[in-house]
Write a protein that binds this ligand. Structure first.
Ligand SMILES: *Cc1c(COP(=O)(O)O)cnc(C)c1O
Length: 480
């Protein structure tokens, strides 16, 4: 009683709101802590690229939320219902019915993962010298669009490029930028608008319903279709519920249906919000596009009723799609990301604000102000975090941005980030405490982290396989 007496009403409220994971664990996978020496050896062998580490050498793996979700007991049970027919599998029909119900798109083509769908869409719609406007970009999607001859044009609002700007919907399309582009190049040169919900590269930032509505109006005026990169659409819907006026009392499921109603279709990486380890799909309301897509999918993925997936994978994805719009699940999911982010904010660690839906992004420029962008600060920070704690994160900065295909120079993105990506339903809040402590400790000795330089640089998607070395000897990254 005495202790409670001193609490402010806000603190009492917080105590009442303590909520634990909305699941219990019935199977466990042991993970092991390594020594600093072991990790130093491992990161050297991996060329200071966290993508090249062996997963066994990682304690808490926040490399990505892609394909790393824990499936539910229902999804595992669904795996036993696989109808492994070459064509017409009942799991395909279940998937189509589920996508129609939850997303509202009529035609569905399963693909082995999101990029399979991106490949098909880009190949069918983009002609050489077309422009593809986007609210920022995503690595594989942009690579497919460029491969088809298109040029990416960023039409996201300016706030998205400023890690400190506290805008609730930093994923929003800047309607002026979009309209200026349409007027400049003409609507014929714009096969579609790519609309990411949420925007991964901006820090998992959502797009508002209001912005979606207005973007739709603008595109309809010029006859430009909208295709969502719907990879994290349920998390976007949840953030709308929490942040947009008048949405608090609507179920996420309903918000998601409205969001999708402003587009003509989507590409989906099932490995994110759909809670499966592999899978994806292309969905559209355009019958002609669907028919053409069924031809290409056969060439690159598989027959149109399985598209590179086993029947059991489609079944698990269908069940996952229903689970992804559960309000209690999303409240914990997005809440866990905020729980980690808030600890870092409280300790003065620079992170992208506001905290997004699937990850906490460290602002590597502010974290390592002594490094220039050419010294690859985010890459160095991810390597240092691994050595210090066994936590694996990912670079999202100059290395991920790659080179301009025309000039051959580095692209210099405004955001230089390290992404701590939280897998869905995998780690507990206690793991988040360990991660927070590791980052806070590293922040105290940030000036000792040296920059990196390339020793091997592949031509496309270089962040996956590039190798680096430190610019000087240091305690944290070892000898050069
Ligand atoms: C992961 C991802 C993709 C690509 O999906 P894959 O399943 O990895 O091929 C596309 N867009 C975004 C925003 C993503 O995060």
């Amino acid at each position: 009683m005495i202790a409670l007496f001193n609490l402010t009403s806000l603190e009492v409220q917080c105590m009442e709101q303590i909520r634990a994971e909305p699941y219990r664990i019935k199977m466990v996978e042991p993970i092991k802590q390594t020594t600093r020496e072991e990790r130093l050896r491992a990161i050297r062998e991996a060329g200071y690229n966290t993508f090249l580490l062996k997963s066994e050498d990682v304690y808490i793996d926040l490399l990505t939320d892609s394909g790393t979700s824990a499936m539910s007991d229902r999804q595992w049970a669904a795996m036993m219902l696989g109808d492994e027919a070459y064509s017409g599998s009942r799991n395909f029909y279940h998937l189509v019915e589920t996508v129609r119900e939850i997303y509202g798109f009529r035609y569905v083509i399963p693909t082995h993962q999101g990029r399979g769908a991106e490949h098909i869409l880009a190949t069918l719609l983009i002609k050489p010298r077309d422009y593809v406007p986007w609210n920022m970009y995503f690595t594989t999607t942009r690579a497919h669009q460029e491969r088809a001859g298109g040029q990416f044009v960023d039409v996201i609002i300016d706030e998205a490029h400023d890690p400190a700007a506290e805008h609730p919907f930093k994923g929003n399309v800047d309607l002026d930028k979009l309209e200026n582009l349409i007027k400049k190049v003409g609507p014929d040169k714009i096969p579609y608008l790519s609309l990411a919900v949420t925007v991964n590269m901006a820090g998992g930032q959502p797009v508002s319903l209001e912005n979606l509505r207005k973007t739709r109006e603008l595109c309809s005026r010029y006859g430009i279709p909208i295709y969502f990169d719907a990879t994290r659409c349920a998390e976007n819907a949840y953030l709308i519920q929490q942040r947009e006026e008048g949405q608090r009392h609507r179920p996420v499921r309903e918000i998601l249906r409205e969001m999708m109603s402003y587009g003509d279709g989507c590409t989906m990486s099932g490995k994110k919000d759909c809670l499966v380890n592999i899978g994806g799909f292309l969905a559209t309301n355009d019958r002609e596009l669907y028919e053409r897509a069924t031809e290409i999918v056969t060439l690159f993925e598989g027959f149109p009723t399985y598209g590179g997936l086993a029947g059991r994978d489609m079944e698990a994805m269908a069940v996952g799609i229903r689970e992804m719009v559960d309000d209690a699940y999303l409240a914990h999911r997005v809440g866990q990301v905020a729980y980690l982010g808030q600890q870092l904010i409280d300790a003065g660690v620079p992170i992208v604000r506001p905290i997004g839906g699937h990850a906490v992004f460290l602002d590597a420029r502010a974290f390592l102000p002594h490094l220039s962008q050419d010294q690859l600060p985010a890459q160095a920070l991810a390597a240092a975090l691994y050595v210090e704690s066994g936590v694996r994160a990912m670079e999202r900065g100059i290395v991920s941005a790659g080179r301009d295909p025309k000039t051959g120079d580095h692209r210099y993105p405004k955001l230089e980030l390290v992404r701590l990506t939280i897998p869905r339903r995998v780690y507990t809040d206690r793991h988040m405490d360990v991660v927070a402590q590791a980052v806070v400790n590293l922040h105290r000795e940030a000036e000792d982290i040296p920059g990196l330089e390339f020793v091997y640089e592949p031509a496309t998607l270089r962040f996956f396989t590039a190798r680096f070395r430190p610019l000087r000897d240091s305690r944290i990254l070892g000898p050069r």
